[in-house]
Design a protein around this ligand. Structure first.
Ligand code: GLU
Length: 420
């Protein structure tokens, strides 16, 4: 298939092959799972504010729906490729299965830089993209959510367009939507919070007490990074390093996160932030901190960065932040650095997406307290299961996490059998 030539998809496939080997997965199942079920290629024409029409490449890849409807975000990024979306769709399948959610894996992407377009252009793009996919998405079919470059407003436009085309309100077609149209409390914070829940479990496992003396470095100050930072601060940890597109910042006393968030709200980025000294984005990853959270984009930790990491726990808030070469180094260093892989560390987002979907189906909404309690419960359980697998098979944490997910998907496939 087309995605087979993309280096990011090849990385996802290599990871899969390695795990399939390690768990002696049935060859027939492995051959099916190493390819997504379906890929949709769309060219989306949009009338710009200046009257001209521009056409954008867009994708939706549905990897597997054996355990339930396809599930996964839509990203708007200038460099997104079909292969990247395909890789992300596969990781969504494992992520949902690791969390034991009755959902499959998918991902969408539009090749656009959302920061360079007006609200109206983004709305038109979202509506046209949705209308092109109307036959492929739906509450029982494939449920999109926010990802990089998209947010609850984007989901509201998807929901409205889909509902207009069907003739009645269908909030369940997306998750991560505004509360006003059936969104869930705690969804915005969920991915960042979930990262911290897994770090709390990892700390217990390593006999580390999280508190005043714990230093945290976070790469990326978007939805995931900033909410993780707030939660770490609440636990009493010191967030000493942060970064965003404008660069890195260090304050050995620990940043006041709400203050930094207010600054970003006003100035659009951390550019010019004087509460800390300027450093490079890479310096944030290799900072002398106990916990490092890559929560920016993919491929940030290559072999060089991996060799220079000084942390005890690496919690992957972003999807695919570590390259294959970086992973090789992390495997060698696994006695020093406990890696909480992306499919586990950042699974809080899709978990509360699942809660949102369930609340919508029941037309009964839970309190923020209930949501956070259930999220913590599921994240803790998943962490323990991955840790158990890691110990039992003596494999790398990423391999262990994917083993847990793949095992569940494989069982479901065997139970359902091959059609026809
Ligand atoms: N985009 C998020 C992720 O990569 C959330 C997906 C979802 O909620 O469906 O996990």
């Amino acid at each position: 298939m087309e995605w087979d030539n993309d280096p990011i998809y090849q990385m996802a496939q290599r990871q899969f092959d390695e795990v399939a080997d390690a768990m002696s997965l049935d060859r027939n199942l492995a051959n099916r799972l190493r390819e997504p079920d379906r890929g949709i290629l769309i060219s989306v024409p949009i009338r710009m504010e200046d009257g001209n029409v521009k056409v954008f490449d867009a994708y939706r890849v549905q990897h597997n729906d054996t355990r339930g409807p396809y599930k996964g975000g839509i990203r708007y990024a200038p460099d997104v490729t079909l292969g990247e979306v395909a890789a992300l769709s596969m990781w969504m399948t494992w992520k949902c299965a690791i969390m034991n959610l009755p959902l499959g894996g998918a991902k969408g992407g539009v090749r656009i830089d959302p920061t360079k377009h007006s609200r109206l252009e983004l709305q038109r793009l979202t509506r046209r993209y949705t209308s092109e996919m109307v036959g492929f998405i739906g509450p029982q079919q494939d449920i999109p959510a926010p990802d990089m470059g998209t947010n609850e407003q984007t989901m509201a436009w998807v929901m409205d367009t889909y509902s207009q085309l069907k003739g009645y309100a269908i909030p369940g077609v997306v998750t991560g939507k505004p509360i006003a149209i059936g969104g869930s409390l705690g969804r915005t914070e969920a991915t960042g919070r979930g990262v911290v829940y897994t770090v709390m479990e990892a700390a217990k496992h390593l006999n580390i007490t999280l508190g005043e003396s714990t230093k945290v470095a976070i790469q990326g100050f978007g939805n995931v990074g900033s909410h993780a930072a707030l939660k770490f601060e609440k636990l009493g940890c010191k967030v000493t390093h942060i970064s965003d597109v404008s660069g890195g910042y260090v304050n050995t006393k620990g940043f006041n996160i709400q203050h930094a968030l207010d600054y970003v709200e006003k100035n659009k980025s951390l550019k010019g932030y004087t509460e800390g000294d300027s450093i490079s984005q890479k310096d944030v990853l290799t900072a002398p901190a106990d916990i490092v959270v890559p929560a920016a984009t993919g491929h940030q930790i290559d072999e060089k960065v991996a060799a220079q990491l000084k942390c005890r726990i690496l919690a992957e808030g972003a999807n695919g932040p570590t390259t294959t070469e970086g992973d090789r180094v992390l495997k060698e260093r696994q006695k020093d650095i406990l890696v909480i892989p992306d499919v586990l560390a950042n699974a809080g987002g899709v978990t509360v997406s699942y809660f949102e979907w369930v609340q919508g189906l029941q037309n009964f909404f839970w309190s923020a307290k209930e949501i956070n309690r259930e999220l913590a419960k599921l994240m803790t359980k998943a962490f323990e299961e991955v840790m158990e697998t890691q110990k039992k098979h003596k494999v790398f944490m990423r391999t262990a996490a994917q083993m847990v997910g793949i095992e569940r998907v494989a069982k479901a496939m065997l139970a359902r059998g091959l059609y026809p």
